[in-house]
Design a binder for this molecule. Structure first.
Ligand SMILES: [Zn+2]
Length: 476
């Protein structure tokens, strides 16, 4: 195992990111350009994410199902804005079984159309509503510029698709799921997010409104981490999905859709990691604790391993734990390797520790080392994992706050954006000003925050009146 250094963040942030993904064995480039292989360690993080979110979806009344990968071209064309938004980035199958297909098949770029064609069959009466379905699936969007986890041609995600009798109920669902995403990002990923609404030009193709969670990465760019869409009756009308209400009248159904993808893993890496490698919050770590036994003379070894195995059993009652008793590499090498792979807590156990019935804890996030009695190791593990989880969140939140400014002059905004950060600015609401902002500064309006105070001001770009601030930033 040749040790390859990770590029420092200050040298080249984007190389640093790629180095971590590859050195920590999270993912690798696939033979097809833009595609990615998720390696077992990366997939284990994905599984933790999936498990936690899936539980939250079920707790809010949703069931999982699976819809096909192929979508008939005619389905894609039924909702005008939807096809306009997605067609340019779709992969289309024209041949199958050696002959040309009568109708080309789109590989799903998202599943509204195929799902609403089925909802048309399943929904007849108000008794069939609400219909609350989620699917875990792969998606293809033909991206020109790709980046491991953050933007790949094929990616894994989940997409929720729900049908409701009333607009109010659908809007409640949109906000409920946005809040599920917020809770997941903050409580599990230790990644603080801002909840907000997208502008007209940034919303999902075919939606009435798109809501999002936005996080700040360590290079002060924004990452759109999840979206929840209010689709109104657009898809119900496109697929003629009507239901009979309690008075026997026919009405179109209201729809929502919401999704997060493996992009979240990119966000996780860029929120917490450092120049030594990956840093994972305990809730997301496939291995929460690694025990590294240390021995020099052969006569110590059996006793140390016996104690290490006992320790592993104790720790396993409170955390996922690995005992690294591999031969042929030094403890120092093991320390580096597990640090690089982001294991939150290391426990060292050497001959002197054994003699004193103690162990040494080392935190991945701070590098702090502290001894603890061997009998209290499990209890101590629990406490420290909770501390690490909280501390990572607090640091990320402080970082975001330190790099967020209210800015009122366009000149100040431009110089602020050279270093990056979130700017909280007035905007008149016009698409012209929004386009100008993007053109001149490469920053975009990330969202109109849900928690914004009413405040009169002048648009950063044109000076026209505005009644509140929006979040502007450069984004991934
Ligand atoms: Zn303006």
């Amino acid at each position: 195992m040749a040790e390859k250094k990770i590029t420092k963040r200050s040298e080249d942030y984007s190389r640093w990111y790629t180095d971590i993904v590859q050195r920590a064995q999270l993912a690798d480039y696939a033979p097809v350009k833009g595609c990615m292989v998720m390696r077992p360690y990366g997939f284990a993080i994905w599984e933790r994410l999936k498990e936690a979110l899936d539980k939250m979806f079920k707790e809010t009344g949703h069931s999982n199902a699976y819809f096909p990968l192929f979508i008939p071209e005619s389905f894609m064309r039924k909702e005008a804005e939807h096809v306009e938004g997605f067609a340019p980035e779709c992969a289309v199958v024209t041949h199958g079984g050696g002959s040309k297909l009568e109708e080309p098949l789109y590989i799903r770029p998202t599943s509204e159309t195929i799902i609403w064609s089925m909802y048309g069959k399943w929904i007849q009466s108000y008794r069939d509503l609400p219909l609350l379905i989620n699917q875990w699936a792969n998606i293809v969007r033909w991206e020109k510029r790709t980046r491991l986890f953050l933007r790949t041609t094929e990616f894994l995600w989940q997409e929720g698709h729900t049908a409701h009798a009333t607009e109010q109920e659908a809007m409640e669902e949109v906000r409920r799921m946005l809040d599920v995403y917020r809770r997941f990002a903050e409580d599990h990923m230790a990644m603080p997010v801002i909840q907000g609404k997208k502008t007209e030009s940034e919303k999902f193709a075919g939606a009435v409104d798109t809501y999002c969670i936005e996080a700040m990465m360590q290079d002060k760019r924004a990452l759109q981490a999840g979206t929840s869409h209010f689709l109104g009756q657009n898809f119900a009308k496109a697929f003629d999905v009507q239901f009979q209400d309690e008075e026997g009248r026919l009405q179109y159904v209201y729809a929502t859709s919401w999704g997060v993808s493996w992009r979240l893993i990119g966000g996780l890496i860029m929120t917490h990691s450092d120049d030594q490698g990956l840093v994972l919050p305990p809730q997301m770590a496939p291995i929460q604790v690694v025990i590294v036994p240390i021995w020099k003379k052969n006569d110590d070894k059996a006793k140390i391993l016996e104690a290490a195995n006992q320790l592993k059993e104790d720790i396993a009652t409170v955390a996922t734990v690995k005992l690294d008793d591999s031969e042929g590499v030094s403890p120092g090498f093991k320390f580096n390797e597990w640090e690089m792979r982001g294991v939150p807590l290391r426990i060292e156990l050497g001959p002197r520790d054994l003699a004193g019935r103690q162990v040494v804890f080392a935190r991945r996030d701070t590098g702090d080392k502290s001894p603890a009695p061997m009998d209290a190791a499990a209890e101590q593990t629990k406490v420290m994992l909770e501390q690490i989880q909280t501390s990572l969140y607090d640091i990320a939140k402080t970082f975001r706050e330190d790099n967020t400014r209210e800015i009122d002059a366009y000149g100040d905004f431009k110089s602020f954006m050279e270093n990056g950060g979130f700017a909280s600015c007035h905007w008149c609401g016009s698409a012209e000003c929004e386009a100008k902002l993007k053109e001149e500064t490469k920053a975009t309006i990330r969202c109109i925050p849900l928690e914004r105070r009413r405040e009169t001001g002048a648009c950063l770009l044109c000076g026209k009146p505005s009644d509140g601030r929006v979040v502007m930033a450069k984004a991934y």
